[in-house]
Design a protein. Structure first.
Length: 300
């Protein structure tokens, strides 16, 4: 991972061939919610004449994150920034429970076996380093667009931990870790709503697409109180991951200071690549969305 970041820094430095006149630094607190449903277990009422099955599905609450960066302005604008977002969700259930994961299925003493209780903990750790190279085009006195190209690289690590209790007590850990690097392209648009006495109010819209070529490290290990250990053979994968980003918001600028409030949506396609006993082969999309507050200082 260190080599990946070093390559990004070297490539971004080589891009700064134009004369630099000014720059900015910014901090951007995030308040996002992740969405990537996983059926970690299901309950069965064991009624042969009226059988009812209910799935236990994971869902995340909103959680804070952070984006930090700086920009250099000249003939072309360069911006470098890092996004960190970490969240988790916990769930529990009781009843006639069946685990949704393969290790627990293989560890059952018989097909009719069920647990009495279960818990689930889903951890998500998202880190993305980006470099944007862009240029402003003023369409008229109020509207400006900024096409951009760039490079992005980072990690999306997901750990799915489950534990079940009954006549057998078991635990299982499923790991789905992605590392990738690749190009991005997008466009920003700004509409000035107010411009008076060194103060501006802008409406902002941003859109970008990503293609990260990367590697998934996948593992699934089951253990129980009988001493049994089962390692499910999940093949690691190397392929591309497509991502989309969109943001709408407002920016208030006064002299060298600005504050922006926006709503951002990120979608990373086919991020969850595990295999389980409820759905089979997964290719779940990961969505991250929520509010951003950007505080920026211009210098030069």
């Amino acid at each position: 991972m260190r080599n990946l970041y070093q390559r990004l820094i070297i490539l971004s430095a080589l891009s700064c061939t134009s004369t630099l006149y000014a720059g900015n630094v910014f901090i951007e607190p995030l308040y996002w919610q992740a969405d990537e449903p996983v059926d970690w277990a299901y309950t069965n009422n064991l009624n042969a004449s009226n059988q009812q099955v209910a799935y236990q599905t994971s869902s995340f609450d909103s959680a804070p994150g952070l984006r930090l960066g700086f920009g250099l302005s000249g003939k072309f604008d360069n911006e470098f920034y890092f996004t960190h977002y970490k969240t988790d969700t916990k769930d529990s259930a009781t009843g006639n429970l069946v685990s949704g994961f393969l290790g627990a299925t293989a560890g059952k003493p018989n097909n009719a076996f069920t647990y009495d209780a279960g818990q689930f903990d889903f951890d998500l750790d998202y880190n993305l380093l980006e470099w944007d190279l862009s240029k402003d085009f003023q369409l008229n006195s109020a509207i400006k667009i900024k096409p951009l190209i760039g490079l992005a690289g980072g990690t999306i690590d997901q750990d799915l931990n489950s534990a079940f209790q009954g006549s057998i007590n078991s635990s299982e850990k499923v790991v789905n870790d992605f590392t990738g690097i690749g190009p991005k392209a997008g466009i920003d648009a700004t509409v000035t709503l107010l411009n008076k006495n060194q103060t501006k109010l802008n409406f902002d819209a941003q859109f970008a697409s990503y293609y990260l070529y990367g590697h998934w490290d996948l593992s699934d290990q089951y253990t129980d109180n009988t001493g049994r250990v089962i390692n499910v053979n999940l093949d690691n994968k190397t392929m591309g991951s497509l991502g989309l980003q969109a943001m709408l918001g407002f920016t208030l600028i006064h002299d060298k200071f600005s504050a922006s409030l926006g709503y951002e949506l990120n979608t990373w396609f086919n991020q969850l690549q595990i295999f389980d006993d409820t759905t089979g082969s997964h290719d779940n999309n990961l969505a991250l969305q929520g509010f951003n507050l950007t505080l920026r200082y211009q210098f030069g």
